[in-house]
Design a protein around this ligand. Sequence first.
Ligand code: M6R
Length: 596
Amino acid sequence: MCGIVGFVGNRPCSGLLLEGLSRLEYRGYDSAGIGLLGPDGLVIRRAVGRVAALASLVPESEHTVGLGHTRWATHGGLEVRNAHPHCDRTGRIAVVHNGIIDNADALRARLDPTGAAFISDTDTEVIAHLIAQAYTGDPMAALQQAIGHLQGTWGLVVAFADHPGRLFVARYGSPLVLGFGDDEVFVASDAQAIARWVDQVVHLEDGDQLEIRQGMFASIACRAVPFHAAEEADMGVHRCFMVKEILEQPRVLTNALVGRVSDRGVQLACLVDHPSMRDVSSVVLLACGTSFHAASVGARLIERVAHIPAVAKLASEFSTDGPMVDPRALYIAVSQSGETYDTLEALRRAKGCGAATLGVVNTVDSSIAREADAGLFVHAGPEVAVASTKAFTAQIATLGALALGLAGKPESGVAVAVRKSLMALPDAVESTLERLRDSAAVTMACRWIVDANYALFLGRGPSRHVAEEGSLKLKELSYVPCDAYAAGEMKHGPIAMLKKGTPVVVVVPRDEHRTHMLANIAEVRARGARVIALCEPDDVEVARHADLVLPFDSTHSCLSPVLSVLPMQFLAFRAAELLGLDVDKPRNLAKSVTVA
Ligand code: M6R
């Protein structure tokens, strides 16, 4: 994944580069580095870990040209020698790269069969050597020639010590934008990283290769679009972004629904502008991670409310499996960031086959938002914590509104009930958060899970996706091993994991699956495992059979995941805190996954 930033101007740039990199840390934070370019050559500084670790190594300097990188490791471990920028053998050509070079091993073997010339284990270093091999004084020609050998994806920024005052950039498959300020030019992986300093941006396209230098705006102005910084997220009084984002959910849900769902019915601009989207034969939702769990709940909502066959598919499989695309179906890409590589590729595949596409995204200016035929924004505001929380609930609410929109008029009894429940969701979320925020039961459940170093999550129907989301959240934040299963599958294998005291988290709303869930609870208890039940506050029957209860308010059964996920969010967050881990930036992860 990785984040890239570069600057050519007439003011010292090391601070700008570091600030830009901090804003790009959502793309990876395994290591960071910058290269400063001046008449005396290149000054390179690199550090393992966060940009903050790099900052202390960067000297005060007058350099006005530079490039920087924050890394999510693909090739090579978390060591300084694998941090970008990477240089050629002379140290006079420096490269930062976002993407993956698929044929790096073959190129490496061809460039240097002994491998002795390579300092790092990265695919990027190969690019630096290729450029050096092709360089005879013309940087652009060398870059073009090197790119001719590459297979894979790249966003590249290259500095040549022989050419101070200029940077060279190329894009194929990994995003890059140019930003223009007052006689200065930025390049970055996304526009928000440089938002403070620019008012016009150009989104580079695949195949673009160009030189950036002061005063270049005139030559590219035809592709520039005005640009405004998005709302800045700050932590406020909270101790981490994740807590802030969990507690924001009542307001977030109001924002997702306001102007769309009301006593008068449902109004969605995307369906007004694209009425043919109502006539589709089926709906396929494409997403990854938490967004996939929301999409899975959304598919059930669409089937139940709009009576259109709907299915959620993992975009990471769809983009490479070569599935049949039905041109009469509506393909919906669901993504918080709007930049997830697999989701974008899946969307492109559906679009390329002539199907109608819709982006249900949070980030307005994102690639998915730009490339889908129509957009339906979830309006969750910036989500900074790597673990997604408010985007999940906003996505379900938005997909609920979409289900109602696709159902059209006259409203069925189910549609009326779902619409009313949607309108009541912000209050129900508020009340559930109140129950949970200082809950001793959540702390106790975390202790059990951390002590057992394992948990099994079970649910049926829409609650299965909540069990999967709870398990994903716990894994990514606390690194505690855990499984999630459709509760009916427990007896087909996972039950073997249970022994005395094993924590089993069951999601039991009052829906048509409740009786079967009660049977599963009995089976769990019979093995001496501990039942942590997520259920409605007045559900005495479930409470009687549980060792601990984490309550959530009642709503329509199709929407219960919006509420039952809240205890899961608290469980994962508290477990991470209990273990003294970084809640907002868990190990090995990145907020936006922009590689295959
Ligand atoms: O930006 P997206 O919604 O497309 O991201 C998809 C996943 O990478 C994301 O939901 C990931 O699973 C989160 N870290 C989960 O908390």
